[in-house]
Design a protein around this ligand. Structure first.
Ligand code: GLU
Length: 332
């Protein structure tokens, strides 16, 4: 019953494609096929559904900020990370440095470039890129994730704005150490190539509170998952995060490579690839598909339709309620 809903979501998304454009400010991203569109959905009870171009690899771009934040929280702890970066939506574009210069002593949140560069500065002294790649593969349950060298080199030769942000952060004493190495780590992370399925798996891991449901292995602490998911909800869709929260209500993070990572707590992970973007940098078809799915499957965090009613509407048998998850230790 889910597959026809996904197929219809794909049609809804495809209708939006003429209104989108691929990113070109990193020249290699401009080579993406704007007609590509795929969606993968993985549920906590072990089911996997997909439609469209789900095996095409693309670079994670900003979605890597979720991984960077999760890894930094696990490595350095909540206080060390949030001493240097805030938790407020900025309402500005992802690469803006205006507020950082004019009205704030630190980046607004870890989902904008300045915040993610700070987060990478916490990780850089602790982990090699090889180790970070190993962790990313585990978190996305995808051993084939690798660095897309062409995207990496393309971004490194068009890095002026992020370099300006990084040195502004250094001048304010927010990041220390080797700025160039921090920048390189940030760009490497953004250049990791994934599929819609790898993103669905990462979403599933978050939905299950940090435990890989296939192996039972805990990869993230519950408090990390709670923090990361909340920040995805408030800041994950660029300066469209507020409207997305109202219309879709699913914690998500998008990237200019066309990916969207979404997670529905205790239920499912969703991964999308659609490189035609809206003016804010979100996959134009991806946003439409998530809005459709949220309505059809009752996925909005504040949905007023009961789970039982959604299952009945879809003609599915109503599953037993999920086992209660372990209590999340209070956020420090
Ligand atoms: N690597 C990209 C940049 O820093 C990521 C941007 C994004 O996906 O929002 O510009």
């Amino acid at each position: 019953m889910i597959t026809p809903v996904l197929e219809q979501a794909l049609l809804e998304g495809r209708a939006m494609l003429p209104g989108g454009e691929v990113a070109t400010y990193i020249p290699e991203l401009g080579k993406a096929n704007p007609g590509h569109l795929g969606i993968c959905l993985r549920t906590l009870d072990g089911k996997r559904f997909q439609a469209g171009d789900t095996d095409v690899r693309f670079s994670m771009q900003s979605i890597a900020k979720v991984i960077a934040l999760a890894v930094a929280l696990e490595l350095c702890g909540f206080d060390a990370v949030f001493d240097k970066v805030g938790m407020e939506p900025s309402g500005d574009a992802f690469n803006s440095l205006v507020k950082l210069e004019v009205s704030s002593s630190h980046p607004y949140n870890p989902m904008i470039n300045s915040g993610a560069i700070v987060v990478c500065s916490c990780i850089e002294p602790e982990l090699t890129f090889k180790e970070l790649l190993r962790r990313t593969r585990m978190l996305c349950m995808d051993p084939d994730i690798r660095l897309d060298d062409a995207v990496f080199r393309s971004e490194m030769t068009h890095i002026s704005r992020n370099r300006a942000i990084a040195y502004l952060l250094e001048s304010k004493g927010i990041i220390a150490g080797n700025v160039e190495r921090v920048l390189e780590l940030y760009v490497r992370l953004c250049s990791l190539s994934v599929t819609a399925e790898s993103l669905a798996s990462l979403g599933l891991l978050l939905a299950s509170g940090g435990v890989n449901p296939d192996t039972g292995e805990r990869l993230l602490q519950p408090c990390t998952v709670q923090t990361v998911t909340t920040i995805m909800m408030t800041c994950g869709m660029y300066d469209g995060s507020g409207e997305f929260a109202v219309r879709v209500g699913i914690p998500s993070k998008s990237g200019v490579g066309g990916g969207i990572l979404s997670t529905v707590s205790q239920r499912m992970g969703i991964g999308i690839f659609g490189p035609a973007l809206d003016p804010k940098g979100n996959s134009v078809a991806g946003v439409r598909m998530l809005e459709y799915l949220s309505r059809q499957l009752g996925l909005h965090l504040f949905s007023q339709e009961s789970r039982e009613s959604v299952y009945r509407r879809l003609g599915l048998s109503v599953p037993p309620p999920p086992e209660s998850s372990p209590p999340v230790p209070a956020t420090p």
